[in-house]
Design a protein around this ligand. Structure first.
Ligand code: ZN
Ligand code: ZN
Length: 140
């Protein structure tokens, strides 16, 4: 498997772009912290990055398929696309707003493919969001 940062560098290079420090920072922040709202991403990227450059980077990353948007709750979040991390589903806590990745399940994935294929639909991608209350919130 190729090192994600190397893959990022070559994806950018293929489109005549270089891996600048802000671009690297946005990528590694998403790698470490999973799906984030733009506000969370700007905060997590640290003070060295301004709002505008985070927005510019995300716009470029969306165009190049490096990140994808998730509609979770009432705000969209961005996360690395399936080319850069394993496919997974999300659980969204309606109380604290936390987003938790669901463990992969090959039976479920095959089942979804089969259901789509049954009606002659060739599925390329999907997102699944389960809403509810997380373990932390149900404890209190
Ligand atoms: Zn919660
Ligand atoms: Zn899936």
């Amino acid at each position: 498997m190729i090192e994600p940062l190397e893959q990022l560098r070559s994806t950018l290079q293929d489109h005549g772009q270089s891996l600048t420090r802000p671009r690297k920072k946005v990528f590694t922040t998403l790698q470490a912290k999973g799906p984030l709202t733009m506000a969370e991403l700007i905060q997590a990227s640290g003070t060295s990055l301004d709002r505008a450059s985070v927005y510019r980077t995300i716009k470029l990353y969306e165009q190049l398929g490096i990140v994808q948007r998730l509609q979770i709750g009432w705000k969209y979040r961005v996360e690395l696309s399936n080319s850069f991390q394993h496919h997974h589903h999300h659980m969204y806590c309606t109380q604290c707003g936390n987003v938790i990745a669901m463990p992969e399940d090959t039976v479920l994935e095959e089942r979804l493919q089969a259901l789509a294929a049954n009606i002659s639909f060739s599925a390329q991608d999907h997102q699944i969001e389960i809403r509810g209350i997380c373990a932390n919130c149900s404890r209190t």
